[in-house]
Ligand binder design. Sequence first.
Ligand SMILES: Cc1cc2nc3c(=O)[nH]c(=O)nc-3n(C[C@H](O)[C@H](O)[C@H](O)COP(=O)(O)OP(=O)(O)OC[C@H]3O[C@@H](n4cnc5c(N)ncnc54)[C@H](O)[C@@H]3O)c2cc1C
Length: 437
Amino acid sequence: MKSIKMKSCKDIPYWHSNVEKIKIQCNILPKSVDIIIIGAGFTGLATALHLLRGGKTVALFDAMKLGDGASGQNGGMVGPSLHKLGLDGLSKKYGKNKALEILQEGMNAITYFKKFIANENLDCDFKMTGRFRGITNLKALDGVISDCEKLMALKGFNFEVVSKENIHTEIGSELYRGGVIYPQDGGLHPFKLQIGLVDKVVRLGGRIFEETAVGDIEKTPNGFQVTTIKGSLNAGKVVVASNAYTKKFSNNKLAYFYKRLLPITSAMIATEELSKETIDRMFPKKRMHGGNHRLVQYYRASPDGKRVLFGARGSDPFDRSLQNGKELKTHLCKIFPEISDVRLDYSWSGKVAYTFDHTPHLGVENGLYYAIGYCGSGVTRSIYLARQLSRRILGEDDHRTAFDDLNFESKPFYNGTPWFMPFVLKWHNFLDRMDGN
Ligand SMILES: Cc1cc2nc3c(=O)[nH]c(=O)nc-3n(C[C@H](O)[C@H](O)[C@H](O)COP(=O)(O)OP(=O)(O)OC[C@H]3O[C@@H](n4cnc5c(N)ncnc54)[C@H](O)[C@@H]3O)c2cc1C
């Protein structure tokens, strides 16, 4: 195997290399606000935007710098993110009608998302490119096509099958035996979207406190008293938008949430700049891409069309970005052996929040509002569920979703640290190899 060129590889997200970070000047805490939001990723920011427009005063707290959570680091892929269990799995659990309602929420989410980006005029390289999912064996391809046929019951869902003979119209790879195009998917620059939201929230008077973790949350007669590392303040309501980072930064006041979330590492790499001919050959239609690997591979060209961005579950037990990057590069080269020699310029990772039922959840628990657990597909979902959650907080009727009445499952003895994940990932890696992937 060729050596992987990592010497000058930076362990920061590629997305941060070409967008200026906004400087936020909030240091002095207000005495009280209407609503406190914990977490300033897409969920927190989009919720804040709607609440500010609804006339509320809002303070957002993030334990990290803006962009260092999942929202500023992800693959930037958008779409309906239809449920992992599919129509059959969901029907078994909830009955067919509820299953269709849950799946339809995915279509509602992408429809809303497109309107939101356009109406807010958010400059984030958003394009409805479609997504090509390459499949490595014919049995799996039949299964994917049969699942898609069932999903035709959903409003707005569409797909196209690509045979092996035509595969080069979609991708410059010999790995796949065929595939499926999802035209309702697209891509964007996630950090530009986050910065665009920050800008709007700040202009509307929202106060964002970076590097300010929220600790204690006590009930008061009029709402809550919240303690941060910069002091305490009161709020009528509190929104939990801390997703996969809840356990890392919060105390047991948020235990209800972290006992229901599995934070899992998703890692990404960006290659050096490649020639236009190479990128055109690899990604003829500049779509988003994925496969059928259990380690969830996703990849694309960067929005400027110069680099390959590739992501998958991070399998390094110590979560080291550069170690994850090496592993990712070997997966990337299996798809595109022609770039085995290229240098990696960026390698990074963040946390996604899985739930035990593979479903995102939103609602109110013990007075705390929340939208959480997007299972690795949170760009579209977070923007959509933030809107629904804020409609609920504002007392508007149009807040309902198919997720509202679902039980938010935990497991006995699970305390928010998925210690078993390295073993699961190893097992999935083994199964992928057995499948010849
Ligand atoms: C590498 C990677 C690739 C991904 N690719 C895609 C993709 O292509 N498409 C897709 O749809 N999804 C993708 N995702 C998932 C997606 O990014 C997330 O689902 C989404 O950004 C979640 O947004 P959020 O605002 O809920 O959470 P985050 O953006 O993670 O924000 C939560 C914030 O809460 C803060 N916080 C936590 N606890 C506290 C506390 N006590 N006090 C103060 N602050 C606190 C954290 O600091 C964090 O910044 C990816 C994720 C990763 C990591």
